[in-house]
Design a protein around this ligand. Structure first.
Ligand code: FAD
Ligand code: DLZ
Ligand code: SF4
Length: 526
């Protein structure tokens, strides 16, 4: 009989995961390991570390309750050698398996590690597909192989046809593939978002919170209050709550932003999805059911399903198709160091201050905050890809490289030159003002285009065109701003350059700890 060691990683907490397929409870051992290398290779947000470790411990308890043998290595175990490969080698010495089975990981770096395990350990290592996704890596490669440009919208339509989600025969439900033109309304004036479920930490989670507080004290972010679900049962409660109370309004207010309201009608399910407590299929099916029962309108349900069946699968496909070269491209030659205010939150720009503060408190920001506030600023300021990518990977509880990298490198900062998005998502302050209440309480004047009081997004937007005109793609979607830019006088361009240069030279853009905007304000004469 073959004894198999099945190694599960911290984002593989799904009972139906391929690494557990065909498990023999009498013979096989499941290995799970909390390792310093994963918690420290970048300085993850404290809540992200606590969420993953607490979810790992609860998942191990559930497997044991089912009768499986789980060898669980705790972070503070004296003999823990601190990385996946060393812990696997120690487990092989303990259990003497005939073979090892794993599910492919979510990061190129870890896949490279896995590919070396068989030779190093002298054992067969089977790396199975991660079939929690709708589209396998091989299927995505086949889809991509037939095309010159890879656009999400066409991939998404294929996925609708393949899964039958929101389909009536061969036609999309409601007669259209995409209901976005009906979405994206500003919030009503007296708006209060619904309360979201929060989950009180049990003893296991409290132990993890203590461990995280002492071991990762210097990492970014608040650890408490900690309200994430760390079990599948609680994540299901969060899903049911979203479907009942938020999904009906998801489409309408998808792009809105409001001070003090970090979640609005968003799902806040991505951490659960990405570590495997929920599957994309069950979420999409639940959303489709809400439409079929009349509980949510088509614009909301289609918009929501598109995020998961379309965007989430598409960015994963791009990641595995293009790595490792993908991470190295820098199409706009962006080299500016990350300003320190990304960590301190101390900035004169209220929009960025609000989003960074919410990120610090919740390890969460919604899509438009990530794309059109933080990402837009990084794009316009020309922040170096590696620096801004690491920031995103650190600060969000849902950040794993397969999903973070394409979203930042491709969608937000256009460092891939358009492999993922047809144009850079550059916008001036007018966009932020239209979609949020941030500008009302800002030191800068969103209506002013030039000079010391002007909103920095306004002159940085046109400075972006000055610096990148020749590198921008030919697309009708850029036709309007390019016409305006091309008609601009030399004097106006010079004014924009001057404002941008003064801003880039200001203390606010200083990358050094303890410098930056707040310090410069303290030094002002009284
Ligand atoms: P909702 O807005 O309610 O959307 C529902 C679900 O759709 C999400 O849970 C998520 O699973 C999926 N989804 C939506 N948009 C995307 C997208 N562009 N790519 C992949 N999945 C998507 N998402 C991550 O899961 N991890 C990341 O590290 C991450 N980094 C991002 C960085 C940038 C610069 C941008 C612009 C987007 C990033 N996203 C990332 C996508 C998106 O912002 C988050 O998935 C979303 O904000 C999660 O919150 P939610 O569950 O409330 O999502
Ligand atoms: C992100 C993370 C962290 C912080 N800690 C662990 C850990 O201690 N043990 C573990 O198995 N996984 C952890 N993870 C998730 C891994 O980094 C993730 O599985 C890989 O990056 C592959 O996606
Ligand atoms: Fe942001 Fe400009 Fe609005 Fe201030 S005025 S909140 S910097 S967009």
């Amino acid at each position: 009989m073959t004894k198999t060691l099945r190694f599960l990683l911290g984002d593989q907490l799904t009972r139906s995961i391929s690494a557990l397929d065909g498990i023999d409870p009498a013979q096989d051992v499941v290995l799970m390991a909390e390792v310093d290398a994963e918690t420290r290779h970048i300085r993850h947000h404290k809540q992200k570390i606590a969420f993953i470790l607490a979810a790992m411990r609860h998942f191990a308890q559930e497997l044991r309750a089912e009768g499986l043998v789980v060898d669980y290595v705790r972070l503070d175990a004296a003999e823990n050698r601190g990385d996946f490969t060393s812990e696997l080698a120690r487990a092989v010495a303990r259990h003497k398996p005939d073979r090892i089975v794993v599910t492919e990981p979510g990061e190129w770096r870890v896949r490279e590690m896995m590919l070396g395990w068989s030779a190093m350990l002298g054992l067969p290592v089977e790396i199975r597909d991660d079939d929690r996704f709708f589209c396998s890596r091989a299927d995505f490669s086949r889809w991509a192989g037939r095309r010159e440009t890879l656009r999400m919208e066409f991939f998404y339509r294929d996925m609708r046809r393949r899964t039958g989600l929101l389909m009536e025969g061969d036609a999309p439900v409601g007669g259209k593939w995409n209901f976005d033109p009906e979405n994206r309304k500003p919030l009503p004036a007296k708006f209060r978002a619904p309360q979201r479920p929060r989950f009180a930490p049990d003893d296991t989670t409290r132990e993890i919170l203590k461990l995280t507080a002492t071991r990762y004290a210097e990492h970014f972010g608040d650890l408490e209050p900690f309200g994430w679900a760390v079990t599948r049962a609680d994540a299901r409660i969060a899903l049911d709550d979203f479907i009942a109370n938020c999904l009906p309004y998801f489409g309408d207010f998808q792009d809105a932003m409001k001070s003090g309201e970090p979640f609005l009608y968003h799902a806040v399910l991505s951490p659960y999805l990405n570590v495997g407590l929920l599957t994309p299929r069950e979420i999409c099916v639940a959303a489709e059911r809400a439409y079929l029962s009349g509980a949510a309108p088509i614009n909301a349900v289609e918009g929501f399903i598109r995020q998961i069946l379309g965007w989430r699968e598409y960015v994963r496909g791009i990641y595995w198709l293009r790595m490792p070269e993908y991470a190295e491209t820098n199409a706009l030659d962006a080299t500016r160091p990350l300003p320190w205010f990304f960590w301190s939150g101390e900035t004169s720009m209220n929009c960025l201050g609000q989003v960074i503060d919410e990120t610090r408190r919740h390890a969460y920001a919604h899509h438009i905050q990530r794309l059109m506030v933080v990402g837009n600023f990084a794009l316009l300021a020309g922040v170096a890809p590696r620096e801004i990518e690491e920031w995103y990977l650190v600060v969000y509880a849902d950040a794993f490289e397969w999903v973070e990298l394409p979203n930042v490198h491709g969608m937000a900062i256009f460092a891939d030159g358009g492999a993922l998005a047809s144009k850079p998502y550059a916008a001036s302050g007018a966009y932020i003002n239209r979609m949020s209440d941030y500008c009302r309480n800002c030191r800068h004047d969103v209506a002013a285009k030039a000079g010391p009081t002007a909103c920095p997004f306004n002159y940085l937007y046109w400075n972006f065109f000055i610096e990148n005109r020749s590198r921008l793609p030919r697309t009708p979607r850029l036709a309007m701003p390019l016409r305006t830019f091309d008609a601009m006088s030399d004097e106006r361009r010079e004014e924009i350059r001057r404002d941008a240069a003064a801003f880039f030279a200001s203390p606010e853009m200083d990358p050094r700890p303890g410098r930056g905007y707040a310090e410069s304000q303290k030094r002002l004469p009284l």
